[in-house]
Write a new protein. Structure first.
Length: 258
């Protein structure tokens, strides 16, 4: 009487490899490739299937394991030992990804099993009950409502709205991008200077708003002062600046005492 051996059925070569790793209780990040390869080939040699697609998947993985085994058994040069990648790394990454999806499928299967235990009662409310609508006497309902009560209800609703406001974030302003181009602003400043001749910097700033406008305008004035188109005078520190347009003149800047 012959001995009958029943092989376990696996979903694919990665499923078989995970089984062998768990069976031998080895670290998945440090797979003993020689041992696992021998056990894998033993299983494949006893595999009985007529489906060539399934068989080819197992054979491809067998070839991969043999290639990794050969790389690890071959002697390495000293220069290559530092930079060479572990031949098992790609296989480990594939196994970890497969393991993640496998356990996720178990979780989904458990949820499906639990959901199968839930039963819903079909609606059995009589039509006359569903269509019944209670008559409401609004005069009676509002008979004891006074202006004072309405004011109290209104104040309560408004207070709830106030309580919803975050005392910190509500004070944050909105950051808006100001589309101000320094080249365009220089053209505006030059036209303004040609029209007015002499004017104050503060008066120039009245034609725009925002920090971005002030900064770009100030840079434009400085640039035009460097090219000699504007002459700037400031009597005292932090005083307003007087700007004079002088086309064709050399650049000149006056400071207190200068």
């Amino acid at each position: 009487m012959g001995l009958t051996v029943k092989l376990e059925v696996f979903d694919g070569p990665l499923d078989l490899l995970l089984h062998l790793i768990e069976k031998n209780k080895v670290d998945i990040f440090d797979i003993p490739i020689v041992l696992i390869t021998e056990q894998y080939l033993e299983y494949v040699s006893n595999l009985e299937t007529k489906d060539m697609d399934i068989m080819s998947e197992f054979l491809v993985m067998a070839a991969t394991l043999i290639r990794i085994k050969s790389k690890m058994l071959l002697p390495k040069e000293e220069k290559e030992e530092e930079d060479e990648e572990d031949p098992r790394q790609e296989l480990v990454e594939r196994l970890l990804e497969y393991k993640m999806y496998k356990y996720a499928s178990f979780e989904l299967k458990d949820r499906q099993y639990d959901a199968a235990k839930v039963f819903f009662k079909e609606p059995s409310i009589p039509e006359e009950v569903k269509e019944y609508k209670e008559d409401i006497d609004y005069d009676e309902l509002l008979s004891d409502v006074t202006l004072a009560k309405l004011q109290e209800i209104f104040d309560s609703v408004m207070q709830k709205q106030v309580d919803k406001i975050d005392p910190i974030r509500s004070k944050f302003g909105e950051i808006e991008k100001e589309e101000i181009n320094i080249e365009d602003q220089m053209l505006f400043v030059e036209e303004y200077a040609m029209l007015h001749g002499t004017f104050s910097f503060r008066r120039l700033l009245e034609h725009g708003s925002g920090k971005g406008y002030i900064i770009v305008t100030f840079l434009s004035v400085l640039e035009m002062m460097k090219t000699g188109k504007l002459r700037i005078v400031q009597e005292n520190l932090f005083d307003d600046m007087t700007i004079t347009y002088q086309k064709g003149q050399k650049k000149e800047t006056e400071r207190p005492g200068g």
